[in-house]
Design a binder for this molecule. Structure first.
Ligand code: ATP
Ligand code: MG
Length: 412
C-alpha cells in the first residue's frame, strides 16, 4: 500500500464540498473516502463534477444525515445521490461483489475499505482520498500506472473480464478518455475474451461505445476496438479492412479535433459500408430512431455528394435542401480533405442560398401555369429552386417569368 499526502494547494476548490461531506461522516464516527474517478482525475488534473464517496456508515444513518439525498434502487445497495452546487455526489456503503454472472453480481455491504476497492475494475480507478489528512491511499499500484499512463485491471484480467464483460469496453473507454495505453496483459485478456461482449445487453454496449466516441481520443479507442477484436461485437458485420480503415481512422481523428458529436463519428465509421450492413449495425445497437435515421441518411447520401454535378435538379434540390445537408458536407470534409477544396468550390454559390425561402411555392406554380397540383408542380418547383440556389433567379418576378417562358404548355 502506498500513501501520499497532498498539499492543500494541490486540491481544486470543487473538491471541498465532497471532502466536507466525507469529514462530516468521519466526525460521526465512520470511515469515509473519496474514491474512483474523482481521485484519478484529481491526480491527472482533469476537471470533474462527479464525486463518489465510500463509507461504512449504515444505510439508516446515511438517510438521517442526508435527508435531501435520493436513495438509488435497489435499497439494499446503500447508494445515495446528492446534488450539491451543481455537483453530482454519490455516497455508497462499502461493499463486496460476488457470484458474478458475466455482468451482474450479488452485493454484500461490508465494514472494510479494501475489499470494496478490490472489486473495482482498474488500478487507476481504485485509489481513495482520505478527507482529513488529505492522503491518497493506493493498494494496487494505481499511482505507478497513472504515472506511466497505463490502464491495468486489478487482478488477473481474464478473471475480471469473465466476471463482468463490460469491463473490456470500459477499458477502451478509459484508454481513450485518459489517452492511456492498455497494459499488455489487459490488452491480451480483452483480445482473448472479446467475444463475451456478445453476451451483454446491447444497451450497455451502446452506452460504452457512445462513451468511447464521445472522448477527444475516439480514434485511439477505435483502433483499440479493432486491434482487440471488440469491434466485431460492437458493430457486427461491418468490415474494417486495410484501406478504408486507415481513411476512417484519420477522419475520426479530425472529428476528435473538432469535438464532433458521437453520432457524426459513428456516421464516419459506417461511411464505407453498404446500407444493409449500416442498418443492421444500427439496429443491433438499438440506437434511438431519430439518431439512427440521421446516420442512415448521412451514410446513404455520401456517394451522391461525391458526384453532385451528375445529379438531376430534383435530386440535387432534395439533397441540398435536406436538414442534414450541412452535416453531410462536414462529413465529406472529414473523409475527403483532399477533394474538399473542389467540393467547396462546387457549393460556394449554393451554400449561402440554402437559408433562403423558396422563391415560389406550389400554389404560385399552379396559378402561373393553370395546372392541377401533382407531380408536374413538384418538378417545376424544384427547377425553380435549383436555379434560385445557383443564384440564377433572384427576384420573384424573374422566377415567374422563367416559369411562364419554360413550362407553359399551350395545350393544357
Ligand atoms: P467517469 O469519469 O468516466 O465516470 P469513473 O471512474 O467515475 O469514470 P464510473 O463508471 O462512474 O467511472 O464508475 C465509478 C467507479 O466504480 C469506477 O472508478 C470503478 O472504480 C467502479 N466501477 C464502475 N463500474 C465497474 C465495473 N463494471 N467493474 C468494476 N468496477 C467498476
Ligand atoms: Mg463516474
Amino acid at each position: 500500500m502506498t500513501k501520499i499526502k497532498l498539499k492543500k494547494s494541490e486540491i481544486p476548490k470543487v473538491y471541498s464540498i465532497p471532502i466536507n461531506i466525507a469529514i462530516q461522516l468521519v466526525k460521526n464516527g465512520y470511515s469515509a473516502f473519496l474514491v474512483g474517478g474523482c481521485v484519478r482525475d484529481l491526480l491527472l488534473s482533469r476537471d470533474t463534477r462527479d464525486f463518489d464517496l465510500n463509507t461504512n456508515c449504515p444505510v439508516k444513518i446515511l438517510r438521517q444525515l442526508f435527508p435531501r439525498a435520493k436513495q438509488k434502487k435497489p435499497d439494499h445497495y446503500g447508494v445515495f445521490e446528492l446534488k450539491e452546487a451543481n455537483l453530482d455526489i454519490e455516497i455508497a456503503h462499502f461493499r463486496s461483489d460476488f457470484d458474478y454472472d458475466g455482468r451482474h453480481s450479488r452485493v454484500e455491504l461490508i465494514n472494510q475499505l479494501e475489499p470494496d476497492l478490490q472489486r473495482r475494475d482498474f488500478t487507476v480507478n481504485a485509489m481513495v482520498l482520505e478527507p482529513q489528512k488529505k492522503e491518497i491511499i493506493d493498494y494496487f499500484g494505481g499511482l505507478d500506472d497513472l504515472a506511466r499512463s497505463l490502464l491495468r485491471t486489478i487482478g488477473e484480467p481474464r478473471q475480471r473480464f469473465r466476471e463482468d464483460a463490460l469491463r473490456m469496453l470500459r477499458a477502451v473507454r478509459f484508454a481513450s478518455k485518459l489517452d492511456f495505453k492498455l497494459h499488455p496483459d489487459t490488452f491480451n485478456g480483452i483480445s482473448e475474451l472479446a467475444h463475451l461482449t456478445s453476451t451483454l445487453s446491447p444497451d450497455w454496449v451502446r452506452k460504452e461505445f457512445w462513451g468511447i466516441l464521445n472522448t477527444a481520443n475516439s480514434a485511439k479507442g477505435f483502433k483499440l476496438l479493432v486491434d482487440t477484436g471488440l469491434i466485431d461485437y460492437v458493430l457486427p458485420g461491418v468490415r474494417f479492412t486495410d484501406e478504408p480503415y486507415q481513411k476512417l481512422r484519420k477522419a475520426l481523428s479530425r472529428a476528435d479535433k473538432k469535438g464532433m458529436e458521437p453520432s457524426n463519428k459513428l456516421a464516419i465509421l459506417l461511411s464505407s459500408s453498404p446500407q444493409d450492413i449500416v442498418q443492421n449495425a444500427i439496429r443491433h445497437l438499438r440506437i434511438p430512431v431519430s439518431i439512427a435515421s440521421r446516420i442512415i441518411w448521412l451514410t446513404g447520401n455520401l456517394s451522391d455528394l461525391a458526384d453532385t454535378t451528375e445529379l438531376p435538379p430534383a435530386e440535387m434540390v432534395e439533397l441540398v435542401d435536406h436538414l442534414y445537408f450541412p452535416a453531410l458536407l462536414e462529413l465529406y470534409h472529414l473523409l475527403y480533405p483532399a477533394e474538399w477544396e473542389k467540393k467547396r468550390g462546387d457549393f460556394k454559390i449554393i451554400v449561402p442560398n440554402l437559408a433562403k425561402k423558396y422563391i415560389l411555392n406550389g400554389d404560385d406554380i399552379i396559378r402561373l401555369l393553370g395546372i392541377e397540383s401533382g407531380k408536374r408542380v413538384k418538378e417545376v418547383l424544384y427547377e425553380v429552386r435549383f436555379r434560385q440556389l445557383w443564384g440564377k433567379l433572384k427576384t420573384r418576378q424573374e422566377a415567374e417569368d422563367y416559369v411562364r417562358q419554360n413550362f407553359s404548355n399551350p395545350d393544357q
